[in-house]
Design a protein around this ligand. Structure first.
Ligand code: HEC
Length: 170
């Protein structure tokens, strides 16, 4: 390499180097060119979101199914309430210092087992009793978690006009 080509290479390197630096991630954005947006934060539902959107509608649907003696569907909802509560405990293990799994074991698991037993023997009277106990369990947990103002009751209507609960499949 001659001295002339060496000088040229050094000069070119410093020019291209400067250009590369100004186009790099830390360099200023070129005017009129939009910067790529950062990923939005992931929405993580909290306990009240899940109670409102997952547990409450399933609690209502369980009632509508059982009252229509649609045992296959009642069993489906009973199973889904239990599964949803388990997934909640896995995702949000403590609620204001209380172990969610312990609350579920006290206020939902035995109550859901009684509902299960009534569904298995297809006994509407036993279902109505077990459902009332499950509903007391909902409120027991709300009281234990200092949310006694949230009072759940046996449904007195059907807010799902687009779903058939009295299906012939048993
Ligand atoms: C393991 C405890 C536990 C059980 C069991 C439980 N809940 Fe909850 N629920 C909570 C807690 C805690 C909150 C309050 C969450 C908050 O606001 O931070 C809540 C809130 C709610 C809310 C209020 C949501 C709102 O925005 O209006 C509804 C509705 C609800 N629960 C329905 C139910 C129903 C129906 C059952 C029974 C099938 C049930 N819950 C069983 C713990 C429980």
């Amino acid at each position: 390499m001659t001295m002339r080509t060496l000088l040229f290479a050094l000069a070119a390197g410093s020019i291209f180097g400067a250009a590369a630096a100004s186009a790099g991630p830390t360099g200023p954005a070129a005017p009129g060119v939009a910067q790529p947006a950062a990923d939005p934060p992931v929405y993580r539902p909290v306990t009240s979101d899940l109670m409102n959107s997952v547990i409450q509608p399933r609690h209502i649907k369980l009632w509508l199914a059982g009252k229509d003696e649609n045992w296959a569907y009642a069993d489906y909802e009973r199973h889904n309430i239990g599964g949803a509560l388990e997934r909640m405990a896995a995702a949000i293990p403590t609620y204001k210092g209380l172990a969610f799994a312990d609350l579920i074991a006290a206020y939902a698991t035995p109550q859901l087992a009684a509902v299960d037993a009534a569904i298995k023997v297809k006994d509407e009277g036993a279902f109505v009793k077990a459902y009332a106990t499950l509903t007391e369990g909902c409120n027991g947990c709300h009281q234990a978690a200092a949310h006694e103002m949230i009072v759940i009751k046996v449904p007195d209507g059907n807010p799902f006009p687009d779903q058939e609960f009295n299906t012939p499949v048993q």
